[in-house]
Design a protein around this ligand. Structure first.
Ligand code: C5P
Length: 299
């Protein structure tokens, strides 16, 4: 038998243009009404033929990513092997650019990419719909990470509906020095407003996307988790204010944070805002990105 070639998959980060958090459910998750967009910041996941199943992480803040059985990419590969009955035999190499514990679904993106890469390496040939079922078992954001583009997420975020979206948007991403724990941010929102509060509806963001209107989208950006993230990390307020003063069309915490995102009028404006945020030292580092972009691709 010839040894199969390694398979590399590039997978984008996500931002929630709208994150409406509803009541806490009996299973501990919260009902969401969220609008996802995939952004052009990519992790690269390679599945190499190897005996056994291991993971290796390189790149930005790689030392903060677990390489034991809690690694979500490793769990994704193990789940695919279990369900298809193949040997779980691969070395998963991850090159990180998506901020770790940053609210941009880095771990979920790696899991989605691992599903695609191992499916190709092992020749298991699952359809995207079959991979999406596995994705939903792995985490709330994994199905969107498998899909990319722009979508409305309901349920705990894993039920996806297409969104009519026009245009491409320019983003500045401000990355913090240390991450925030997603469960802790959700626990904080429950403490602040009680577990039964309703989700803010996404109508304004959906209207802005239909029109492709960046100014309207900037004004509509909304995240119910933002007060909880700022409560746990008060310095985020200064980061958001700095971006607004620099002329961003909109500013918000991404997902459960602490990454902050700013919508800019143009690529040039995004570069100017990113440079100024770095100079003001209101975050560890900045990136400029575009969205929406397609989901994980082999090669
Ligand atoms: O689904 P995932 O494992 O990514 O979720 C991580 C954590 O985020 C959950 O354990 C839960 O605390 C919180 N969460 C939530 N409601 C959601 C999604 C995530 O409470 N819809």
């Amino acid at each position: 038998m010839p040894v199969p070639s390694p398979v590399t998959v590039r997978v984008p980060a996500k931002v929630n243009l709208h994150l409406g958090v509803g009541p806490r459910r009996p299973d501990g998750y919260h009902d969401l009404q969220t609008v996802f967009q995939a952004l052009s910041i990519y992790d690269e996941v390679t599945a190499y033929p190897a005996p056994g199943l291991t993971v290796m992480v390189k790149g930005q803040d790689a030392d903060e990513v677990p390489v034991d059985s809690t690694n979500l990419a490793l769990r994704a590969a193990a789940l695919l092997a279990e369900r298809t009955g193949v040997d779980a035999a691969a070395r998963i190499g991850i090159r990180k650019e998506i901020p770790v514990a940053g609210g941009m679904a880095g771990g979920s993106a790696d899991a989605a990419a691992a599903l695609v890469a191992c499916d190709a390496l092992w020749g298991t040939g699952l359809s995207r719909a079959q991979l999406a079922e596995l994705a939903a078992e792995l985490g709330s954001d994994v199905p969107f990470c498998l899909q990319g583009g722009c979508a409305l997420g309901t349920g705990r975020g894993q039920v996806l509906t297409p969104v009519l979206a026009r245009g491409s948007f320019h983003w500045v991403v401000a990355i913090a020095a240390t991450g925030l724990s997603t469960p802790e941010v959700y626990a904080e929102i429950d403490r602040r407003r009680g577990p039964g509060a309703e989700a803010t509806p996404p109508d304004e963001v959906l209207a802005a996307l239909r029109l492709g209107d960046a100014k309207r989208l900037g004004a509509a950006l909304h995240n119910d988790l933002e007060p909880a993230a700022i409560g746990l990390r008060p310095a985020l307020r200064a980061t958001l204010d700095a971006g607004r003063e620099l002329g961003a069309l909109g500013a918000m915490v991404s997902g459960s944070g602490p990454t902050c995102v700013f919508l800019a009028r143009s690529h040039a404006a995004a570069i100017r805002i990113a440079a100024a945020l770095t100079a003001e030292a209101v975050c560890k580092t900045t990136r400029v990105a575009e969205g929406p972009v397609p989901g994980p691709r082999v090669g």
